[in-house]
Design a protein around this ligand. Structure first.
Ligand code: UDP
Length: 383
């Protein structure tokens, strides 16, 4: 049977992995990318003044417990071990994050041992049976004091609404540990690409059967018949926003070049509401094996995403669920398209999950081609 041509909208991680998998399976693949570079939001580029590698669209740290994904990504470049460290400045004092024994003892000016701290936090925590909102989740996990210091202000700035309106799932990303030290993430594998993410994605797309079209917006109506489309753009954009716009937060980045070491760690969060940015990334700390005299830092400001802005974080308010249901129903009746990635499935995805789902979406497509079975438009439902 002749193989269907495949078109892919987006040259981020999802699009690049699918393109590579299908090209290796003998398909001819065209990838259309709106921006003038590949790698989507994990794009990295050297700052010409300091020569530091910059995470252009905010910090991206590869961490996973999925060994297949780890083996896969290392086919395309060298990774170096990296343990992510985050600190938070609150009311003029600096604390380690996530909340650990160090954070608790420093915050309460105490010297509790693990069991004592655990019992103390339980005494502070509110009894909430099945927490639904971010606030309920936080109050039941760490109590009012720690919640107000580290999470309430930061979350209001990051998401632009009260933690009472936000889902508990956002906070469930962060652990609470009754030990000292450790990394921000709990995953066994944490690593950074030696020369950045962009060369990795370029290597994925470097295949004779992949044709890359940079700075090219793909209008879904231009896709020829009998061509399969993988869409990693926004789900609502595919349908021309005809039912309305799904809510996103966008980010503004303010870069500045400083002397020496600015903050001594890769990411400093700011819990106070009156500090207008959420965090500062100091890019050279993402690559501790390099040494640079000067440094480049980025302040991150979060705001509501307008029609002309770049969507970053899907908000997924409970109140907006109906609009999402509407788009999912439209997708279910659309043939020849698979929706993938953070924007295509309107989900907050880590990099390893993005790669895993892209690999599985490519496999599902190949299986459907041989079995003739109907291919679902989503590998994982946005709902
Ligand atoms: N968060 C917070 N204070 C912090 C760090 C995180 O309140 O200092 C909350 C915030 O709502 C954030 C969520 O926890 O959106 C998840 O944090 P994570 O570090 O995973 O966010 P990302 O790096 O993906 O923006």
């Amino acid at each position: 049977m002749p193989k269907l041509p495949v078109w892919i909208a987006g040259a981020g991680l999802s699009g690049a992995v699918i393109a590579r998998e299908l090209a290796e399976a003998g398909y001819s693949v065209d990838v259309f990318e709106l921006r003038d570079h590949v790698a989507g939001n994990c794009h990295t580029a050297r700052d010409p003044k300091t020569n530091v590698l910059v995470h252009v669209y905010g910090p991206h740290i590869f961490h996973t417990a999925d060994y297949e994904v780890w083996d896969y990504i290392r086919r395309f470049g060298t990774f170096r071990p990296y343990r992510h460290q985050v600190w938070s400045t609150v009311s003029g004092r600096v604390y380690p994050l996530p909340v650990t024994l160090a954070t608790i003892n420093q915050f309460y000016n105490s010297a509790m041992r693990p069991d004592e701290a655990r019992a103390f936090i339980i005494s502070q925590a509110e009894q909430i049976e099945a927490p639904v909102s971010f606030e309920e989740q936080a109050l039941s996990m760490i109590g009012k004091d720690l919640y107000e210091a580290f999470f309430q202000g930061y979350t209001e700035k990051q998401w632009g609404r009260s933690p009472r309106e936000l889902p508990a799932s956002i906070l469930k990303r962060l652990p609470l540990r009754f030990t000292y030290g450790g990394s921000y993430f709990s995953h066994p594998i944490q690593a950074m690409p030696e020369t950045g993410y962009t060369p990795i994605v370029e290597a994925m797309l470097d295949h004779p059967d992949i044709k890359l079209h940079l700075a090219t917006e793909l209008d879904p109506r231009e896709v020829p018949p009998d061509t399969h489309l993988f869409w990693s753009g926004p789900l609502d954009a595919y349908f021309g926003y005809r039912s309305g716009r799904l809510g996103y937060r966008t980010l503004d980045f303010e870069h500045s070049i400083e002397k020496g070491d600015f903050q001594g760690c890769p990411v400093m969060n700011f819990g106070d509401r009156d500090v207008p940015f959420t965090r500062i990334s100091e890019h050279k700390h993402f690559m501790p094996w390099e040494s640079h005299q000067d440094t480049i830092i980025t302040r991150e400001y979060s705001r509501e995403c307008g029609p002309e802005d770049m969507p970053y974080y899907p908000i997924r308010l409970v109140a907006e669920k109906q609009l999402l249901v509407d788009y999912v129903q439209q997708a279910e009746t659309t043939k020849g398209v698979t929706f993938v990635g953070r924007l295509g499935t309107y989900r907050y995805l880590d990099m390893d999950v993005c790669i895993r789902e892209a690999l599985d979406a490519a496999t599902a497509f190949l299986t459907a081609q041989t079995s003739g079975e109907r291919l679902s438009p989503f590998l994982v439902s946005p709902l």
